[in-house]
Design a protein around this ligand. Structure first.
Ligand code: MN3
Length: 205
């Protein structure tokens, strides 16, 4: 039986590549400790139901009702942690001053009025998420773009939406550098957003 243990991929850039906006220290802890723990805990949860190793973490999150109740919360939290962070590293890149282009920019302007207005609403939703969670741009079941926030490691795909991009607003993502001032982190984050990758996600979802 081809049991696939979920694994942690390397960052697609150096730990210090996102400085000065996200420090090397944050990236090392966030990837090597926090993300690694989600992967390890997901594997540990699935040990009792090894058939589920055949499914991708996304398949598990999209069908949580089919995951045995005994491990459902562990899969939601740690499978979510794995999927969310795997996306997160990919949709960031060293500072390039990029902006979205083409169809994605058009869709954002159409839905939110302007790119600046979209950023304001995204930052606002991220700032208002109480406690730990994520802020997302998703495509809903009806095809509309929407900004949502989720608690913990919940992924919008569990509710039937397709996550186009998301920012991590857990304190571990910013506290060492921005202390308690989450809005400063949310603002600075736009400097390291990889729009090329997000456009691909937009076109494929
Ligand atoms: Mn995180």
């Amino acid at each position: 039986m081809g049991k696939i243990i979920h694994t942690l991929s390397d960052l697609p850039y150096a730990y210090d590549a996102l400085e000065p906006y996200i420090s090397k220290e944050i990236m090392m802890l966030h990837h090597d400790k926090h993300h690694a723990a989600y992967v390890n805990n997901l594997n540990a949860a699935l040990e009792k139901y090894p058939d589920l190793f055949e499914k991708t973490p996304e398949e598990l999150l999209m069908n949580l009702d089919q995951v045995p109740e005994e491990i459902r919360m562990a899969v939601k939290n740690n499978g979510g942690g794995h999927v969310n962070h795997s996306m997160f590293w990919q949709i960031m890149a060293p500072s390039s001053g990029q902006k979205p282009e083409g169809q994605l920019l058009g869709a954002i302007e159409n839905q939110f009025g302007s790119f600046a207005e979209f950023q304001t609403k995204f930052n606002d939703a991220g700032a208002k998420r109480f406690g730990s969670g994520w802020v997302w741009l998703v495509r809903t079941k009806t095809g509309a773009l929407e900004i949502v926030s989720t608690a913990n490691q919940d992924n919008p795909m569990s509710e039937g939406s397709a996550p186009i991009m998301g920012n991590d607003v857990w304190e571990h993502a910013y506290y060492l550098q921005y202390k308690n001032v989450r809005p400063d982190y949310l603002k600075a984050w736009w400097n390291v957003v990889n729009w090329e990758k997000i456009e691909k996600r937009f076109n494929n979802n």
